[in-house]
Design a protein around this ligand. Structure first.
Ligand code: CU
Length: 184
């Protein structure tokens, strides 16, 4: 009985060794097949734990909180992200005025969309949180409208590298309430 266990243990050790060896050699082979740059990167990152590599990649969620107050201003006029990164954005209305008189939203516009034209169209969209009907093609991401003390959270993926304008489309706000999302 003891012999059987011992043999099993030895066998599994052999298996394990064999496995890890074959994994290593296939990894090495794969690395060698890659371009020199990729091989160099893998080599430098190799000593770090695998979890560190994962954490340093852009699959971490970027959490952003942006506030808009009764002063009709966003507290941040520049936001930063990396292309393809998941973004969890929370819009906080830090004021006290109600949605009807001082509502705020956050609308991230696609490049080439004129923010003034968009805001003009938004005037007619009171019943839709000032998101004009049929404007989906102009928007990367947007929140709903919030009033004093409220907040709302959206999730979206950072677009390709570039600078993107965000505005609040509540009537009269976009001239004051706007900023840029810088994607690198
Ligand atoms: Cu606003």
């Amino acid at each position: 009985m003891k012999k059987t266990i011992a043999l099993a243990a030895v066998a599994s050790m052999f298996l394990f060794t064999a496995c890890s060896k074959s994994t290593k050699s296939s990894d090495t082979a794969a690395t060698e097949e890659h371009a020199h740059d990729a091989a160099a990167e893998e080599a430098t990152e190799a000593p770090a734990a695998e979890t560190d590599n994962v954490a340093s990649a852009d699959n971490t969620v970027l959490e952003i909180t942006i506030k808009g107050g009764d002063d009709m201003k966003f507290d941040q006029t520049t936001l930063k992200a990396t292309a393809g990164q998941k973004i969890k954005l929370t819009l906080v209305h830090s004021g006290k005025l109600p949605k009807a008189s001082m509502g705020h939203n956050f609308i991230l516009l696609k490049n080439g969309v004129n923010e003034a034209d968009f805001a003009t169209k938004a005037l007619a969209a009171k019943d839709h949180d000032y998101i004009p009907a049929g404007s989906e093609g102009d928007i990367i991401a947007h929140t709903g409208l919030v009033g004093g003390g409220e907040s709302t959270t959206i999730e979206f993926t950072a677009p390709a590298r570039g600078a993107y304008t965000y505005i609040c489309s509540f009537p009269g706000h976009s001239a004051m309430m706007k900023g840029k999302l810088m994607v690198k």
